[in-house]
Design a protein around this ligand. Sequence first.
Ligand SMILES: O=C(O)CCC(=O)C(=O)O
Length: 315
Amino acid sequence: MSPAAPAPRPISHSEFVDSTDLLSDPVALRARAAEDGYLFFRRRLPADEILAMRREMLAVVDKYGWRQPGQDDLGGLIDYDAINRLSEEEMHRTDVGVTEAAYHDVQRLERFHRLPHHPRLREIYEQLFGRAVLVHPRHIARLVTPHTCMVPTPPHQDYPYIQGTTNTWTAWFPIGECPRSLGGLAVLRRSHVHGYLPVQPAKGAGGFAVPLCPAETEWVEGDYGLGDVLTFPCHTVHKALRCQFKDRIRLSMDVRYQPADEPVEQRSLNPHCPLTWEEIYRDWQRDDLKYYWKKFPLQMSPWDDGYLTPRRRIC
Ligand SMILES: O=C(O)CCC(=O)C(=O)O
């Protein structure tokens, strides 16, 4: 008789555990990361820096007429009709929640490229890696509007989209407060231990999802305050929660970090849009972050299409 398939474990939900107290103890920090497959830090980034970033992103949203009138420059109320006048095709050109023109405006913001280098973010990865940190310059902004074609980012791993080293970590942080009702990011605790999981086409950012089957047990989530940061290695499965509002925008950033002496794939050094770096740098006040990655003797690795090739998964 063949042995019966193990019964699927029930799915549970828990709250992020704050790891701030482990930042001074790299051994304990790494042990928690290895155990849980994520780290969460309350108020890691200064509130005034997040609010300044929010003001600049919302000014772009305002420029295109998608914000409701009568709110201050930090208010995230969106004109549902105005945003829904945009075609699905236009929205899908970026999949970040706004049109290509608006996304390019955000990508040109100097502050958007400066924030990921904040010493309080770098400190996390200096402690985790114990050696020089490479901040990937390819930052992603999400301006998740209530356009009807926007669906929450499906469960996925970042490795297929980033490649290079499996030791790359994502930092995800909202640009403003983000209660779970606004659709923050959740992680599947310990999912990194499975390594690469095959993908299937899915709706939502990235266009692929991992079918979860036995891996799906404990989703960890929380209400993000100003400056809170979630970080995880590139095999940790994560997804966005569904936004409960039809009139609010969720602003957030995805940034990647890796040890500078491990392989990196060329796309991680390119902008996350068709602009060139020169076009992005055009109005910057300072030069120190222009092409900063070129000072590292980087070891380049090739792109492999196979990771984003759908395969049947046996549960
Ligand atoms: O913010 C989102 O909806 C998706 C972010 C994400 O998946 C990532 O940072 O890798």
